[in-house]
Write a protein that binds this ligand. Structure first.
Ligand code: 13P
Length: 344
């Protein structure tokens, strides 16, 4: 029997659980491996992801699903078990990144703005990923704040592509993670928290209008947005309380309550801040949707460093991963605090 989209979406944002974004493309994982001085070979990428997925307690208790890259969904562990089987045995739902990347948007802003590609042949690819075990998918659109940007054309093109992707996913019985990311990096001086608020609100309103036009069922999707936060280079950084308050305000005014859950990206925030912001929002309470994490860097950075590309460090890497996963699980319940962080 096929599972219902709504049930899968609910399971993805179950209380105290969140999503591990382990879908780095080959180019991105190479950058991560470069940072620890490890060579990005197919086997080592497999070993690294196997280490995470075999962190059985962390996966069982804190991780609802894992976003995979095309290579990983087809990979087998050293003992011949597929990585998909390993995560399923730990109770996590396999997911798959299906966009083919953010490419320069044609026109005068092509040096800065992008549109995410990957719609061609997507129906066929989704059918194959379903057979490989994927029950949800991810598509990331990128919106850049710069002088006079984003352009309306960029927001519209990306929102339209997200909606077409989401409709194709639901047709294939796969829950779409709809990810419009307003980037927090960039050197634009006016990129403070209020500018991020303005652009995030504009983006989300446009995305939900496109989702409606494409007849996407809101009950069968998960939203993956950025938090409302100042640009990394802005001279005006905001307190964690202000980030939490403005993020909730922006989401409440743009995201219908029919959406079962919102799972944030970490976007370059430090591990601890990504956790703290999420916890503050959940502690505030009175939210119409589940609010959790779908972190890549903020869930993996410590594990990657502790592992360092060496098999003798697998246990240390798993300990680091389990700690971050537990901290974020507490944050998804609004129960994280500094003392628990330090007690580890
Ligand atoms: P970060 O949490 O590192 O931003 O990654 C999440 C993700 O999946 C980006 O698409």
């Amino acid at each position: 029997m096929t599972e219902k989209l709504e049930d899968i979406a609910q399971a993805m944002v179950a209380p105290g659980k969140g999503i591990l974004a382990a879908d780095e493309s080959t180019a991105t994982i190479k950058k991560r491996f470069d940072s620890i001085g490890a060579a990005s070979t197919e086997d080592l990428r497999r070993d690294y992801r196997e280490m995470l997925f075999r962190s059985t307690d962390a996966m069982k208790n804190y991780v609802s699903g894992v976003i995979l890259y095309d290579e990983t969904i087809r990979q087998k562990a050293k003992d011949g078990t597929t990585l998909v089987e390993i995560m399923k045995a730990a109770g996590a739902i396999p997911g798959i990144k299906v966009d083919t990347g953010a490419k320069p948007l044609a026109g005068p802003t092509s040096k800065i703005e992008t549109v995410t590609e990957g719609l061609d042949g997507l129906r066929e690819r989704l059918a194959e990923y379903y057979d490989l075990g994927a029950r949800f998918a991810k598509w990331r659109a990128v919106i850049t704040i710069a002088d006079g940007l984003p352009s309306w054309g960029c927001i519209k093109a990306n929102a339209h592509a997200l909606a077409r992707y989401a409709a194709l996913c639901q047709e294939a019985n796969i829950v779409p993670i709809v990810e419009p990311e307003v980037l927090m990096d960039g050197a634009h001086a006016g990129h403070d928290i209020d500018e991020c608020y303005r652009v995030t609100e504009w983006t989300l309103r446009t995305v939900f209008r496109e989702l409606y036009d494409a007849r996407v069922s809101l009950e069968g999707m998960v939203l993956k947005p950025n938090m409302v936060i100042a640009g990394q280079k802005s001279a005006h950084q905001s307190s964690p309380e202000e980030v939490a308050e403005k993020t909730i305000r922006c989401l409440k005014s743009t995201v219908p309550s029919a959406v079962p859950g919102i799972a944030f990206l970490s976007g370059g925030q430090s591990d601890e801040l990504a956790t703290k912001h999420l916890s503050l929002m959940n502690a505030a309470g009175n939210l119409p949707w589940a609010l959790t994490f779908s972190y890549g860097r903020a869930l993996q950075a410590a594990a990657l460093k502790a592992w360092g590309g060496k098999s003798e460090n697998v246990a240390a890497g798993q300990r680091a991963f389990a700690h971050r996963a537990r901290m974020n699980s507490l944050a998804a319940l609004g129960k994280w605090d500094d003392k628990l962080e330090q007690a580890a």
